[in-house]
Design a protein around this ligand. Structure first.
Ligand SMILES: *Cc1c(COP(=O)(O)O)cnc(C)c1O
Length: 454
């Protein structure tokens, strides 16, 4: 008899996050100050992030305890189920064994509340009044608004203009959970006004929205900024996903040969793969493959430069060493709004440089085709971001069919697409464009990288 699902009980919820930094061959180099480009101290970060989070980002401790109050809230939907995609395997007629960790069970519908809850906890501990943030597709904004409710915090969300109009229901979710949401660029910040003066019709970008949120936070007492991806402490909080998945794969009696996930800033996938990658870093699983999947519209890992760059367009946030297509780069308006960030998590970039992980990029039509194949066997209609992972799984499963190998594939099903049905509709009507990104456009954006002293 086929077993389709592997469940853990609430008592099996991880009690510690896994911090990969002490196990890395080369840790990511230190961030630089946005103005001076000197090495950034924790004090430089204080106006931006809660203190405890800054400390976590630089921690050398391998296992960091998850506060009881955070565990208690995570138990609203965690541990999340691990599925065996047996019906899809059959439909694809592949000898591959496909598993997925299903993060769409959280109330906002993605992995993002895993870190949102932790960030709100530390903000409350510090006595803050509110958090400001940016959101692309609206998933991060809705996760943060959801989480603030448990701690009585206020929340201000700068939502990338194109998504604000493409995805009004995410805004309604945020407002339902008490959030104050405005389209970005906005006239509420200097960063936003500067952009609007040059291009009043801009579709916006995550880089611009980050600048606005940081400015909003640092110019108000009792407010700090909250970031949903990219930085070390966010990846750390997401490792609950992988720690659970390890136990569930054990229950299934399998160990993955290939791990797959979509990457915007890299948090959902790092959350899944880091606790497994530990085995590869320690030499126990040298052949474990880790495939990061991005959008061809914003190909930071596959076509960007590994260099220091600003994390945001107005150059107010830290300068970070990462694969980047340039902080001024404005990606085409693909539906996977969460994959439109110009950079990538420094941890993933370092691992890519050292050859521990790989990367590939896909166009949106092939991605939606794979998502339909998945939906017609497994039922779940995945987020456009997640669909990128689904396409890579599809290709790997087809490669197994070709070679006759029965590889074990595990991917992170990072969220549902029930508020992204307009994108599915556009695909059905054959109105979904594939964007060929000219090299020239990337080269233009890369001209503006900071000259960091070595
Ligand atoms: C935000 C989001 C992503 C991309 O962000 P990462 O930090 O790369 O995980 C992927 N999938 C879903 C469902 C998202 O909401």
């Amino acid at each position: 008899m086929t077993q389709y699902k592997y469940f853990l009980e609430e008592k099996d919820l991880p009690t510690h996050w896994y911090n990969v930094i002490p196990d890395m061959k080369t840790p990511p180099p230190p961030d630089r100050h946005p103005a001076t480009l000197e090495i950034m101290t924790p004090e430089d970060m204080e106006p931006v992030f809660p203190h405890a989070l800054i400390m976590q980002g630089g921690s050398q401790e391998r296992w960091i305890e998850i506060p009881d109050e955070v565990q208690d809230i995570l138990k609203m939907w965690r541990p999340s189920p691990l599925y065996r995609a047996a019906r899809w395997e059959k439909a694809l007629d592949t000898p591959a064994k496909i598993y997925y960790k299903w993060e769409g069970v959280s109330p906002p519908g993605s992995h993002k509340p895993n870190t949102a809850v932790a960030q709100c906890y530390y903000a409350k501990e510090e006595g803050l009044e509110g958090l400001a943030t940016e959101t692309g597709a609206g998933q991060w904004g809705s996760a943060l608004c959801f989480a603030t409710q448990f701690f009585g915090l206020k929340v201000k969300v700068f939502m990338v203009t194109i998504s604000y109009h493409q995805k009004p229901y995410r805004r309604v979710m945020m407002e339902t959970w008490g959030g104050n949401v405005i389209p970005s660029p906005s006239s509420e910040t200097k960063a936003g006004r500067d952009i609007l003066a040059v291009d009043p019709e801009t579709s916006g970008s995550l880089g611009i929205a980050i600048s606005e949120a940081i400015e909003y936070a640092v110019t108000r007492d009792g407010w700090k900024y909250s970031l949903g991806s990219v930085v070390n402490f966010v990846l750390l909080h997401q490792t609950v996903v992988g720690v659970e998945a390890r136990k569930q794969m054990e229950m299934a009696g399998d160990y993955p040969d290939v791990l797959i996930g979509c990457v915007g800033g890299g948090s959902n996938f790092a959350g899944l793969f880091l606790p497994f990658l530990k085995d590869k870093l320690e030499g126990a699983k040298p052949d474990l493959r880790v495939i990061n999947v991005e959008s061809t519209a914003c190909p930071s890992l596959t076509r960007g430069l590994y260099a220091y760059d600003w994390g945001d367009t107005a150059k107010t946030g830290p300068v970070v060493k990462m694969h980047t297509v340039g902080h001024g780069f404005i990606p085409a308006p693909v539906h996977a709004g969460g994959l439109r960030y110009h950079g990538m998590a420094p941890i993933i970039c370092r691992l890519l440089e050292d050859g521990f992980v790989e990367a590939r990029a896909y166009h949106q039509n092939e991605v939606f085709e794979a998502a339909h194949s998945f939906a017609r066997s497994e039922g779940f209609i995945v987020a456009p971001e997640t669909a990128h992972a689904v396409k890579a799984v599809y290709d790997e499963a087809m490669a197994c069919k070709e070679s006759g190998e029965s590889k074990v594939i595990l991917f992170n099903n990072s969220g549902h697409g029930l508020l992204d049905l307009a994108a599915y509709d556009a695909y059905h009507r054959e109105e979904l464009p594939d964007y060929e990104l000219e090299e020239e456009k990337i080269q233009q954006a890369l001209v503006e990288l900071p000259q960091v002293p070595s």
